[in-house]
Design a protein around this ligand. Sequence first.
Ligand code: UT7
Length: 325
Amino acid sequence: MKKIYASMISIGAYAPEKRLTNSDLEKMVDTTDEWIVKRTGIKERRIAAANEATSDLAFKAAEIAIERSGLAKNDIDMVLVATLSGDFLFMPSTAAVLAGKLGLKDTPAFDVLAACSGFIYALATAKAYVESGMARNVLIVGAEVSSRFMDYSDRSVCILFGDGAGAAVISATDDPARAIVDVKIAADGSLWDFLTIEGGSKNPDGKRVMTMKGNETFKIAVRTLTNDVIEILARNNLDSNAITHFVPHQANLRIIQAVGDALKLAPEQVVLTVDKFGNTSAASIPMAINEIYESGRLKTGDLMLLDAFGGGLAWGSALVRFAGK
Ligand code: UT7
């Protein structure tokens, strides 16, 4: 039997219209544009409209990704949504709501909860389903309206996050040249309290807002991501020169630069959207891939190195050859 490979055949994204700039935040909390730019690289982020839920953003990104894939909606045989800010608290899944919006009535759909690393976890899941023959065309989406879970009086967190969605179609192919090369995911739950949103069974009365041990997370993120990308390149016998685009999770410009420097990447290899979207959690990587796609930088066959890190703690990296047109 011929081996089946999983391949990323399209990308799409959606960013809400409303912009929240650093000068807007200066009026809300004790901060300055200078501090935010210097410590994070963020200038503005997008905020969903009052009538937009996570599945609405996901739907817009998904429609673009499906359209660009050349497939019909009914060809999608699995829907995965990576999110930490779903439409509902736990039930129904945002993936089920999205599948409904897409008109898919008999399709497996479930959420993947791995915080900011969710898109890479969804990619790993899609790859496994496709390679095992259990699915042929998986829609994976990273979508967040994390602004609904922000404490806009906590300057250490609220300046970082924005809303948005990105989607990709992962399809079966027998051509190894189009395949996702490798995906690597991991978690260390002993550090669960570094990033939280309370209100679940452990503490149902807890405030449903994001908390973060920022500085501690920063240090572990740099160390873990650096080791992780070095490892995934090494186990695939690749040098960082082979990477056309390094597409990291957009949490903080300083984290991205530290990992990029460790890999000795040239600035043109590093994809940055953190300045205009901030940290859109699970949506940040597909939004960044879409950015290089729409600007014409991403070409068929280009090798992307993805990496992400966040609550769990959970992290992951991937080597993806773009097989879209
Ligand atoms: O995506 C999920 C994973 N998340 C991350 O990877 C994020 C990791 N963390 C970070 O990006 C950074 O740690 C932050 C941007 C959150 C903070 O930057 P930092 O350089 O680690 O600052 P810090 O937390 O050590 O705080 C330094 C100072 C403190 O004041 P004192 O104690 O030195 O007087 C903070 O109170 O900066 C203060 N501060 C602020 N000042 C102005 C914290 N937030 C702000 C703010 N504006 N918004």
